[in-house]
Design a protein. Sequence first.
Length: 362
Amino acid sequence: MMRSSSPFPLSKKIALGLGPLFFLLLWLGPDIGGISPAAQGVLGVAAWMLAWWIGEAVALPVTAMLPLVLFPGLGIYDKMEQVTFSYANPIIFLFLGGFMLALALEKWHLHRRIALNIVRLTGTHADGIIFGFMLATALLSMWISNTATTVMMLPIGGSIIQLLHKEETAQSPGMKNFALVMMLGIAYAASIGGIATLIGTPPNSVLASVLLNQYGYEIGFAQWMLLGLPYSLLLLGLGYTLLVKVIYPNRLGQLADSLHLIKAEIKKLGVLRRGEKLTLSVFGLTAFLWIFRDTLNWLWPGLVLSDPLIAMLGSLLLFAIPVHWPSGKFILQWEDTQRLPWAFCFCLAGGFAWPMEWKKRA
């Protein structure tokens, strides 16, 4: 007997019909002053994509395929190859390389070791513990997705809160404020940290791609960090101060037992394994090349390093450096990539397609 599928929501049904309707109204409707008919068709495709994306009428990557079919079909471009160029945007490979590095950090639990050691260094004062969690979350979020960082840090923060329940009354104002700020601080710090690097959060890469494709202006990894890192640190400091000192002060003071918990969690990780060391080496090399790319290209004129190329080099090393030679175990195996957000990469590529065509055809 076949399982009955879940009902198709009315909102999705409406979005499914609105997408093509918006497209037809813009493409076949009255002329919009100042733009060509081809550009008006591009605007219609954009409206269709937005309706389906917002309403989730179909899977998000499926919506990203619309330009592949509609742009050549409408004659906006003569050949499909001219559209697929956007789907191989170098920024996609930069982001993909960042995902690979993050995947290796998570696979070998190196991100957890880094976070715990940062928190350990910030002391046993209640406010210091919160700052340690926010700092660790922000630093990891510079390289790992905001969501993954938050999911990793929240259980550790929850352990600290559970520990405090033994020392403080759960209903006390100080305990409530500590628990609330711990959760909020981790969430905010993940978004704040994502500002600091070009791969920290998707909007950064989208902006870099639009500037490069539409205006020919390239933002390098180091250039972004020169602006993004100070801004991120400033926001982190302001966010911490407002949460801990102004809005939700806890006044719990020293929490000596929390340090024992952190040390116990670090002890569970054991000694630094070969996989962690190799991952850390590749991560450090990739970050070094990203930061000093322009200097290296200047020192060696024949060198043509770019941020996406460096990202792919780092990814290649992760798959090519063995952790255990006899068993053929490498830092990353291809099976590990099943956890990569391939659908997101395709959505990002679909989003790159129509803004480029708008500029070229307007």
